[in-house]
Ligand binder design. Structure first.
Ligand SMILES: *Cc1c(COP(=O)(O)O)cnc(C)c1O
Length: 415
């Protein structure tokens, strides 16, 4: 059963925690930003460090009793430094969005200009969407992907950089299946004498493993999340050159946050250690191979992929060509009912709405953690196609649900 100590205090929460464990075991997590952290990472995250106040940085805390907090944070920093090769690392951001906040607070004044990718084209809220703090504090202009190729229109980006004259160019995306050409974005930032933040939130693990080119050493700032492809538990990270180190550190604390989540920093340290092992490189390679197989399977079944394929951990399906009457939301709901959990997503030049868009986004990081190989991924791709081809057909749903259950049993999670 588990969660016995929680259950003694709180039956309702214990039930929900057990329910969530079973949900993760019995469904296929294909939300591209999700993964399954190891039990080692989760144990570190639920440690006594959740009790500890450690405002400040290792060796310079505002509270006593920080010797173990210092040890853990230093280990997280050392391992991140080894993984990414950055001059300076800050492991305290509570999330990927907080990491971006840290960089903006370190470098920009309210009213300064940010140039970033449109959310509907694969950007992120924290890159300057009007509903987000970044959109409220800064003057934001957006670039887009080329509607023909689905890839970043680097030439247009450079032109926009020259005319808009931003203080910060943001790259790195939430729903972009292709390799990002960091140098071309850096060139656009240089042309405008702007700083450049590469937000690798989605691909932190791929970059760590060398499966995607690294922006470290190219962009001024690299931000990331630690819970997506890298499996180090929920949180954020900032990397930069030494010249920005103290500005970034003071922007994170005391600028944007109070006490660091030391238990999560312990999770980051453990997860980064796992990511330094050769098996992690194999994992990351398999993530990309699996995404390619998933994409090819769907294409063979008549689906269109934005950009025509993938170089990363995700595919973005544009349903408008193959299934004009099916919205992303319809597909998401139908797939969830058979145990495949992914999300509806906007596609470039969206013609529906952000709430019920025309695409679905599917990622392979979590399934690859469970051990899925190309054959298993092909089976999943066929299931997705079957369900969307036969929306509302109970027999097809029953077959798909059975296949999903078989795969879940064959590739168990947290045993
Ligand atoms: C996921 C993501 C983030 C961080 O999100 P949090 O939920 O705040 O951790 C930041 N940037 C991009 C591009 C992302 O995809």
């Amino acid at each position: 059963m588990g969660y016995d100590q929680v259950r003694e205090v709180d039956e309702a929460v214990a039930d929900a925690l057990v329910g969530e464990r079973e949900r993760q075991n019995d469904t296929l997590a294909m939300i591209a930003s999700e993964n399954h952290a190891s039990e080692a990472v989760m144990q570190a995250q639920s440690s006594e460090l959740t009790n500890k106040y450690a405002e400040g940085y290792p060796g310079k805390r505002y509270y006593g009793g920080c010797e173990y907090a210092d040890e853990v944070e230093n280990l997280a920093i050392e391992r991140a430094t080894e993984l990414f090769g950055a001059d300076h690392v800050n492991v305290q951001p509570h999330s990927g969005s907080s990491a971006n906040m840290g960089v903006y607070f370190a470098t920009l004044e309210p009213g300064d200009k940010i140039l970033s990718l449109n959310l509907e084209h694969g950007g992120h809220l924290s890159h300057g969407h009007s509903a987000n703090f970044a959109g409220k504090l800064y003057d934001v202009e957006q670039y887009e992907v080329d509607p023909e190729t689905g890839r970043i229109d680097y030439d247009a980006l450079r032109e926009t950089a020259e005319s808009f004259d931003p203080d910060m160019v943001v790259s790195g995306y939430s729903a972009y299946p292709r390799e990002v050409e960091w140098e071309r974005i850096q060139a656009a930032a240089d042309a405008a004498d702007a700083l450049h933040t590469a937000d690798i939130a989605h691909i932190t693990g791929l970059v760590a493993a060398g499966e995607h080119p690294s922006p470290v050493g190219i962009a001024d700032f690299v931000t990331g999340s630690t819970h997506k492809t890298i499996r180090a538990g929920r949180g954020g990270i900032i990397m930069c050159d030494e010249e920005y180190a103290s500005d970034v550190d003071s922007a994170v604390f005391p600028g944007a946050q109070g006490g660091p989540l030391m238990h999560n920093i312990a999770g980051k340290a453990v997860g980064f250690k796992e990511a330094l092992q050769p098996e992690f490189d194999e994992y990351a390679e398999q993530v990309v191979r699996n995404a390619k197989v998933l994409g090819e399977t769907l294409q063979d079944r008549g689906f269109s992929l934005v950009s025509g394929g993938t170089d990363t951990h995700l595919v973005l399906v544009d349903l408008r060509d193959s299934h004009p009457d099916v919205s992303g939301g319809d597909a998401e709901d139908a797939l969830e009912s058979v145990g495949i959990v992914l999300n509806a997503n906007t596609v470039p030049d969206e013609t529906r709405s952000a709430f019920n868009p025309s695409g679905i986004r599917a990622g392979t990081p979590a399934l690859t953690t469970r051990g899925f190989d190309e054959d298993a991924m092909r089976t999943v791709g066929e299931c997705i196609a079957d369900v969307i081809d036969h929306l509302g057909d109970d027999d097809v749903y029953a077959d798909a649900a059975e296949t999903v259950q078989r795969l879940c049993e064959e590739y168990p999670l947290y045993e």
